[in-house]
Write a protein that binds this ligand. Sequence first.
Ligand code: ZN
Length: 344
Amino acid sequence: MTQRVYSGLALTGPSLECRPADVVVERGRIVSIEERRRAPARWICPSFFNAHTHLGDTIAMDTAGGGDLASLVAAPDGLKHRLLGAAGDADCIAGMRESALRTIRGGTGGFVDFREGGARGVGLLRGAVSGLSCRAVILGRDGGEDAADGAGIASTRDIPGYRDVAERVRQRGGFVAFHAGERDADDVDDALDCRPDLVVHMTHATDAQLRRCADEAIPIAVCPRSNWRLGVATNSAHPPIARMLELGCRVLLGTDNAMFVPPDMAGELAFASVVYGIEPAALLHAGIDGAAVTGTPTWLEPGAVASFFVVDPSQAGLSFSRDLVASLVRRLDAGAIETNVFNQ
Ligand SMILES: [Zn+2]
């Protein structure tokens, strides 16, 4: 059986311990990680996992005009939904595929998408990503939940039957996620009461709500750039990422609406690092761990699915880095990535 060996400084295991190594891959899995004293000048990092996207609104990218959260993204009359409603299927598919390709080029091996448009919308995204190397976890709404991997439920205040939807999807073993706490804390407890697999945003969550997430092992996907762009965050207290980590929450990172924020995890990491001052290793962990939350961990360890990227630091002005993890978080761009090895 053909083996491929990737040599360099590898960030191994969930602790992202940096060691010079040969990462040996066979049939899409890591079979061993062997110490190699004189490793070449390459960095090997587990693939990013974008824990929250709406790739469907790529077709409305950087549309002109301001507005608040409701006028821009609320269903059914917000700008986003009017533009999505007016778009043809072919454009919608082409837009999502372009965004998925950008995602892959940037070192992201998978994502969780909240897909609008019911079962038809789910089918369009499946078509858009077919044949691509990324893992797409698609969460439907408006009747699309059963055609998808689960439910991506908007704020409980906007979805009258959210409890039934969550229960039905859970019964069949699907994945349940909610938007919660984006504008204020009022919709968070109702979402947590449904025992979701993931909550998105928690921008204005209280300490008690964060403690619940920690105690009940409910992961949180934060989307800092989206929060700032949509005016629901204006300082480092929102989302309370530092507090989440302090209280023991499992924090993930997502880029949210492709119409406002590009689906590149490196950009999200760099922004979060500057604005929130979180230790780089914790942020990098948050940028990868979504793969584990959705069922397929991609930490570099024997037996794991091989899903990582290789950076050539000399091609990206990174040769003089004194801290590989900090430089990955603060300075990575797609041009630095020499190889993506994405298996599912
Ligand atoms: Zn969202």
